[in-house]
Design a protein around this ligand. Structure first.
Ligand SMILES: [Zn+2]
Length: 464
């Protein structure tokens, strides 16, 4: 008899919210009675789902910037999630957690070098949290191009999850596919069921009761053919309890009773792919995503989803210009000591995670003993590289208006990257990029990127 299986994938993620001046999250409007959104969402989604054991039976990715916050601020939640992953792994000999690129960067818009760094930092964070190499990786906004998939495969990632319209040809979403890549490599792709995923995300009425969800939505989505079928439902994890109250309980009953009664098994991609390796290959549609009808336009200009956002294109230009300036100085400034500056950057994640001390990292990557002054300069250049990665956080381009915390934070991180580089190299770099800020402003408020940038520079000058 053919198998009918369901996999729920939750993308659990929050961007960096820390103020670069203090390293702390400022109090955030709208999160009351909590101090900030992370705390609020932990209270109504992450922790209740963890306490109910839901992380044991779903597939999930936990964004590194969220994991880092949990380590310091939501220890119970993180420990419960880790123990759920372990229980799943010992029961099924496959993981149900998958990794995520570190700063939620739109990888098709990033350079190859940045893709590599984001993917390696994401893998390192996963290994730090779960103690194992990830099998799969969730791509931010499922944004994909062939180069991104190649970087995943080169780093031993076996699968990812995409939206069905990201395939170049029609697919049967109940079956896994393979994408053939350069150098004889390939990667497996599971496509989520878009109708059902939309339904659970946006039709609150459909998820009031798990039994009726199965009868009225899920059952009809399986076809009558003789093949084993997996339906994968992907959404933001925050759906379960935060975007929609009580859905943590819906999820719990779905996985612990309702599915079983309907003779549908629950599974996860790692388990399913072990028994069902892809037999067909497909080509992907380059530079597409799950949350914009115009590919990855949402993160670089105006699109149908955010039509009045003329600030996005110049913001992308500005960030690319900052990256160029910072990288040029990074290469020039580390020439004297680093054996391989890009490998050194990729490995710097061990310092960020606290798995290696700065001096150990330095000894590993410099070809000779360097002076204290040189060491200080190197340290500043590495800190600039971290900020330069963080300034590309996709949330900065997601919404229509510029006057929001996410784009403001990206501007602040960019300013910080420039200031650290200036300090390290003793050069005046800001004038090179400042004119690019003029086209970036809110049409709803008086906020301009230039003001935000100048304010940041002023504050950093006072505090550093
Ligand atoms: Zn769009």
């Amino acid at each position: 008899m053919n198998r009918r299986a369901l996999c729920i994938h939750g993308h659990f993620y929050q961007p960096s919210r820390e103020d670069p001046f203090t390293g702390l999250i400022p109090n955030e409007c709208g999160a009351e009675p909590y101090a900030n959104w992370n705390e609020k969402i932990n209270a109504n989604c992450y922790l209740p789902n963890a306490r109910l054991g839901n992380f044991e039976k779903i597939s999930f990715d936990l964004g590194p910037t969220l994991t880092g916050w949990m380590q310091a601020n939501a220890v119970e939640t993180l420990e419960l999630i880790k123990s759920s992953e372990q229980t799943h792994r010992s029961q099924w000999q496959a993981d149900n957690a998958i990794a995520q690129p570190f700063h939620h960067t739109i990888l098709p818009l990033a350079s190859r070098q940045d893709k590599v760094t984001q993917v390696r930092w994401g893998i390192a964070d996963f290994m730090h949290t779960f103690g194992i190499m990830p099998q799969g990786m969730w791509l931010p906004e499922t944004a994909v191009d062939l180069e991104t998939l190649s970087v995943l495969a080169e780093n031993n990632i076996q699968f990812t999850i995409l939206a069905p319209w990201q395939s170049d040809e029609e697919v049967d979403v109940s079956q896994p596919y393979r994408v053939d890549l350069e150098n004889g490599k390939s990667i497996s792709v599971l496509f989520y069921h878009s109708g059902l995923s939309t339904c659970i995300s946006f039709d609150a009425g459909s998820t009031i009761n798990a039994d009726s969800f199965i009868q009225t939505c899920l059952k009809d989505a399986f076809s009558d053919n003789e093949k084993d079928q997996l339906l994968l439902l992907a959404s933001d994890g925050e759906l379960y309890g935060h975007h929609q109250p009580f859905r943590d309980k819906f999820l719990n009953y779905l996985l612990n009773g309702a599915l079983h009664q309907a003779e549908i098994e629950y599974t996860t991609p790692g388990r399913w792919l072990r028994d069902h390796p892809p037999v067909k290959s497909i080509h992907i549609r380059e530079r597409t995503s799950w949350s914009c009808d115009e590919g990855v336009q949402r993160w670089r200009g105006e699109c149908g989803c955010t039509p009045h956002s003329s600030w996005k294109k110049p913001l992308r230009h500005f960030m690319d210009a900052v990256a160029e300036v910072v990288d040029e100085q990074y290469l020039r400034g580390t020439q004297f000591c680093l054996l391989d500056p890009w490998q050194a950057r990729d490995d710097y994640i061990q310092v960020l995670l606290g798995d290696q001390s700065y001096s150990e990292w330095e000894a590993d990557h410099t070809g000779r003993k360097i002076s204290q002054q040189e060491s200080q300069k190197l340290h500043q250049l590495m800190a600039a590289q971290v900020e330069r990665q963080r300034m590309y956080t996709s949330c900065g381009w997601f919404f229509e208006d510029f006057d929001r915390i996410e784009p403001r934070n990206n501007i602040r991180y960019a300013a910080h990257a420039l200031m650290l580089t200036e300090k390290a190299c003793g050069l005046d770099l800001i004038p090179q990029v400042r004119p690019l800020l003029r086209m970036i402003y809110s049409t709803r408020s008086s906020l301009t990127a230039e003001n935000e940038f100048n304010y940041t520079v002023r504050r950093l000058t006072e505090t550093c």
